[in-house]
Design a protein around this ligand. Structure first.
Ligand code: KIV
Length: 273
């Protein structure tokens, strides 16, 4: 390996770096990215985790859910993002039905890892544990995703805040622990009450990234179009248009990174009780 490549590898954020940040109580930020230009901008502004999300079905393809996104599309966008990011950890979503069995998960995760992903993200609870074990044993790092799971929107009956009853809150906590025990190295928790997210974050050793989950998670992720206030559809309560108060894209991203690091985002108006 050349010295240049060695230096680049040393600099890249790893799950170990995020774990150290959690241990020190330092908050980190994450944004979705789908192309090289934005990946470069986000990387340069110090965003620690880039997520090639299947939200590309909404914000790039203009659909009203993420279910139609394919593995080839995610691999394509992963190649674009990987080509331009130097230091962020690159996580790619596995699309709907691409991990219905452990065997399928391995084949499709391999496609994404070959495209440049450093970790794959899967939505689901305890049923996913065998799949996660299988992937991790085969050297595929996994980020699990619980709470509101957009791939299950039709089963869940819409995009609704999760964990509102005691029973549901306990189930979410149980799922989080099981997914960590199965080998997940990161966890995304979406649209849950602030209390549930706090309990999950405190109970897990691995870093927890929240979206619509209040201020107590270890990291925060936003869909990039929401941060710029340009999403085609509904802009969720938990997101914030950082462009309004900054005026240009670089400053908007930089403000997001510092507001997360310093605990100013998300504020009470972006969180659920
Ligand atoms: O697809 C996506 O962008 C996501 C984030 C909302 C976490 O999963």
């Amino acid at each position: 390996m050349s010295k240049v490549n060695e230096a680049a590898l040393r600099k890249r954020i790893s799950t170990a770096s995020l774990l150290k940040m959690k241990e020190k109580g330092e908050k980190f930020s994450s944004l979705t990215a789908y192309d090289a230009s934005f990946a470069k901008l986000f990387d340069e502004q110090g965003v620690q985790v880039l997520l090639v999300g299947d939200s590309l079905g909404n914000v790039i393809q203009g659909k009203d859910d993420t279910l139609g996104v394919t593995i080839e599309e995610l691999a394509y966008h992963t190649r674009c993002v990987r080509a331009a990011s130097q230091s962020a950890l690159l996580v790619t979503d596995m699309p709907f039905m691409s991990y219905a069995t452990p065997q399928q998960a391995c084949e499709n995760a391999a496609t994404l890892m070959r495209a440049g992903a450093q970790m794959v993200k899967l939505e689901g609870g305890e049923w996913l544990c065998d799949t996660i074990k299988t992937l991790v044993e085969r050297s595929v790092p996994v980020c699990a995703h619980i709470g509101l799971m957009p791939q299950s929107v039709h089963l869940m009956g819409g995009y609704k805040v999760q964990g509102k009853t005691v029973e549901d809150a306990e189930r979410i906590l149980r799922e989080a622990k099981a997914l960590e025990a199965a080998g997940a190295q990161l966890l995304v928790i979406e649209c849950v009450s602030q209390k549930v997210a706090k309990a999950v974050t405190q109970a897990l050793r691995i870093p927890v990234i929240g979206i619509g989950a209040g201020p107590d998670t270890d990291g925060q992720v936003l869909v990039m179009h929401d941060l710029f206030g340009i999403s085609a559809g509904h802009i969720p309560k938990f997101s914030k248009n950082f462009l309004i108060e900054t005026g240009d894209m670089q400053s908007a991203v930089s403000r997001f990174v510092t507001d997360v690091a310093e605990g100013r985002f998300p504020a009470a108006e972006h969180s659920f009780d």
